[in-house]
Design a protein around this ligand. Structure first.
Ligand SMILES: *[C@@H]1O[C@H](CO)[C@@H](O)[C@H](O)[C@H]1NC(C)=O
Ligand SMILES: *[C@@H]1O[C@H](CO)[C@@H](O)[C@H](O)[C@H]1NC(C)=O
Ligand SMILES: *[C@@H]1O[C@H](CO)[C@@H](O)[C@H](O)[C@H]1NC(C)=O
Ligand SMILES: *[C@@H]1O[C@H](CO)[C@@H](O)[C@H](O)[C@H]1NC(C)=O
Ligand SMILES: *[C@@H]1O[C@H](CO)[C@@H](O)[C@H](O)[C@H]1NC(C)=O
Ligand SMILES: *[C@@H]1O[C@H](CO)[C@@H](O)[C@H](O)[C@H]1NC(C)=O
Ligand SMILES: *[C@@H]1O[C@H](CO)[C@@H](O)[C@H](O)[C@H]1NC(C)=O
Ligand SMILES: *[C@@H]1O[C@H](CO)[C@@H](O)[C@H](O)[C@H]1NC(C)=O
Ligand SMILES: *[C@@H]1O[C@H](CO)[C@@H](O)[C@H](O)[C@H]1NC(C)=O
Length: 382
């Protein structure tokens, strides 16, 4: 019995030792393979030159990164500040950098100075309120910049405007969707001479100034899901003057009244609004969801809503009524004033009349209440 137990124990021990050896081997193998790729940072996955450090609660860029890294995905972390320590060593081959959804707030100067080959930068889903115009090297080669839902709030739109004006000479694809943009600062995109695709979808833009988009290379402009009610002639003229431009405008609250007539003419004659068949009215109520291109001129009044029209028609008559009442009041006061003597006299008369009357009463009362007089009258009756 005890023999058997000892044997069992020995077997178990040898098994454990084997396990230990195996683990050691695996560790050794991992270390070997990693060092052949030149040090993959802990908690990251490295596949050849692509490094993936997604959602690991990193609070800064993990160091050191493999020297020949070409792509880094560091999305889903918690890196509020990117500064000159973020990429301390030159990474000559890094072309794609994804820092999406990482609570990024500030990008200081010189952040990307060691990434001379960077072509794609994804900063979407962050809370950027500061982005130094010196964050990128002057001669950077960034072509695609994703700033979708990345601005802290509309107050900081100037941060992006400055950046575009001074720091991004090669950008061709720019994603600015979902940033709550209301108005685009004057000349915001004038520095981006290679801009070909501009995504402004899902903002709150109320108008596009004619000096905002002068980018002759622009081919795709997405303005869907904004707050545009009508586009004036100057803006449409501007769009049509850019040779190969395709514009998308669906999902805006188009207001189908007399002011939209010019725009309809443009939509019918020109083809650059590719989703023009999908544009629908939002107001007035009776034209809600009506396709813009099916509108007849007779439907486009500026007193569209019947209730509205009634109100507007009644408005002047209310004013007139008020004036008449005021005039009557004034005349009444004037009459009172002019007749003040007559009124006084009239009041005295009334007072006198009252007094006489009262005296009469008084007198009669006294006669009735005097017992002697009462007796007298009784006696005389008898
Ligand atoms: C660079 O990456 C390649 C694989 O693409 C690898 O063979 C090579 O060892 C790496 N060089 C360095 C210095 O890590
Ligand atoms: C980066 O990681 C996120 C999360 O896993 C993933 O959704 C995204 O596609 C990745 N991006 C790239 C370019 O690999
Ligand atoms: C990084 O920036 C800090 C302040 O922003 C500065 O003091 C420091 O010298 C900079 N380091 C390098 C290497 O440029
Ligand atoms: C930018 O990022 C958002 C969110 O991460 C993504 O949905 C979108 O496709 C990206 N835009 C481009 C042009 O890649
Ligand atoms: C933006 O955020 C700042 C700081 O939180 C706040 O003071 C400002 O009112 C916000 N602006 C807008 C347009 O929401
Ligand atoms: C539109 O933008 C808002 C923030 O501005 C965001 O919360 C929402 O998810 C976006 N919608 C789509 C469909 O991207
Ligand atoms: C914009 O339109 C105004 C007239 O509305 C015009 O005076 C101005 O020159 C236009 N600017 C550009 C850049 O086309
Ligand atoms: C807008 O342009 C059309 C022709 O393209 C023209 O008939 C119309 O008068 C213009 N409207 C304004 C307000 O300039
Ligand atoms: C119009 O809307 C439909 C349905 O939403 C969509 O499938 C179609 O692609 C849109 N057309 C254009 C030109 O965008």
């Amino acid at each position: 019995m005890s023999h058997l137990g000892l044997l069992h124990l020995l077997q178990l021990q040898s098994k454990q030792r084997n396990m230990c050896n195996l683990t050691l081997c695996v560790l050794l193998f991992l270390t070997c393979s990693c060092s052949s790729l030149s040090s993959c940072p802990a908690q990251c996955l490295c596949e050849t030159t692509v490094v993936n450090c997604v959602s690991q609660n990193f609070r800064s860029i993990p160091q050191p990164l493999p020297e020949n890294i070409t792509e880094l995905n560091i999305s889903g972390n918690d890196i509020s500040n990117l500064n000159n320590e973020s990429f301390p060593r030159p990474l000559e081959h890094l072309t794609h950098l994804y820092v999406s959804g990482s609570q990024v707030e500030e990008l200081d100067s010189m952040v990307f100075k060691n990434l001379p080959s960077l072509r794609l930068l994804d900063l979407s889903n962050n809370r950027i309120s500061q982005f130094s115009v010196e964050a990128l090297p002057r001669d950077n080669k960034i072509e695609a910049l994703n700033l979708s839902k990345s601005l802290y709030n509309y107050s900081y739109v100037g941060v992006f405007a400055d950046l575009f004006k001074h720091s991004l000479p090669k950008v061709s694809h720019l994603d600015l969707s979902s940033n709550d943009l209301v108005l685009l600062p004057e000349g915001m995109f004038t520095g981006l001479s290679d801009l070909t695709v501009l995504d402004l979808r899902n903002n709150s833009l109320v108008t596009i100034r004619n000096d905002t988009l002068c980018n002759q290379a622009l081919k795709e402009l997405d303005l869907r899901d904004n707050a545009l009610k009508v586009l004036p002639n100057v803006t449409l003229e501007k769009f049509s003057s850019i040779p190969d431009l395709r514009v998308r405008l669906a999902g805006n609250p188009w207001r189908c009244d007399c002011n939209i007539e010019d725009m309809l003419v443009w939509l019918e004659r020109h083809q650059f609004v590719v989703d023009r068949l999908n544009l629908t009215c939002t107001g007035p109520a009776e034209l809600k969801n009506f396709p813009l291109l099916h509108l007849e001129q007779s439907q486009l009044s500026c007193w569209s809503n019947a209730g509205d029209a009634m109100d507007r028609a009644l408005e002047p008559s209310y004013v007139f009524l008020g004036m008449v009442l005021a005039l009557i009041g004034v005349i009444f006061l004037l009459v009172l004033y002019l007749n003040r003597k007559g009124i006084k006299r009239w009041m005295y008369n009334i007072r006198d009349a009252c007094r006489d009357h009262m005296e009469g009463y008084h007198y009669r009362y006294e006669i009735n209440s005097d017992p002697r007089l009462a007796n007298l009258s009784l006696n005389s009756d008898v």
